[in-house]
Design a protein. Structure first.
Lengths: 109, 113
């Protein structure tokens, strides 16, 4: 079965501090992992995907198959990073996204 | 380009009543998804269409939920009769192809009293 776990419902850090949002998954094959973000009063949107290996808005995420994790990191948090973040998984060859429960990130000034 | 459109944005009904939601995907997007997002949880896929055919409806409660995409463009999701536990945000998303990026609509917030 495919399962995504985000252990923190809420995360609060100060502006300029490093941020790490945790994501662990359960899947027997080779998954594709994503981070989605929803800013206040905006739509859910894709932030980044592991296969792209890119940095978006200063965020990066590395797939660790040994620890079955896909944590989202940013070295210096900004106030505009405050949002709801969802980790999602797609199984190999599958079309369905399975989402975690989300982490609400608040950046304090 | 215009995004995914959904209506209504908010709906309040009593239990056992019926309700319908409408979604218009991004022009040219062949794949359409309906998700249910209960408060405090992530979105859960209810049904996926490829053009006007159903690809996956394994998590759709078929005794009360139905969805159609007759012409392969816009889609409706219906609940009949509604239960209290159906209170949620219903999200529509579309993608050019099944494995491409999904674009989400603003959602419809349903409250069943």
């Amino acid at each position: 079965a495919q399962r995504v776990t985000q252990p923190e419902k809420l995360l609060s850090v100060f502006k300029g501090a490093p941020v790490e949002l945790k994501c662990n998954y359960s899947y027997s094959g080779s998954p594709e992992l994503f981070w989605y973000v929803q800013y206040s009063r905006q739509r859910l949107q894709l932030l980044l995907r592991h296969i792209s290996r890119e940095s978006i808005k200063g965020f990066t995420a590395d797939l660790n198959k040994g620890e079955t994790s896909f944590h989202l990191k940013k070295p210096f948090a900004q106030e505009e990073d405050s949002a709801m973040y969802y980790c999602a998984l797609k199984g190999a060859g599958a079309q369905k996204l399975v989402f975690g429960q989300g982490t609400r990130l608040t950046i304090n000034p | 380009e215009a995004g995914v459109a959904q209506s209504p944005r908010y709906k309040i009904i009593e239990k056992r009543q019926s309700v319908a939601f409408w979604c218009n995907p991004i022009s040219g997007h062949a794949t359409l998804y309906w998700y249910q997002q209960i408060l405090g949880q992530g979105p859960k896929l209810l049904i996926q269409f490829q053009n006007n055919g159903v690809v996956d409806d394994s998590q759709l409660p078929k005794d009360r939920f139905s969805a159609e995409r007759l012409k392969g463009v816009d889609s409706t999701l219906k609940i009949q009769p509604a239960k209290l536990e159906d209170s949620a945000v219903y999200l529509c998303a579309s993608s050019l192809e099944p494995l491409k990026e999904q674009y989400f609509g603003p959602g419809t917030r349903l409250t069943v009293t």
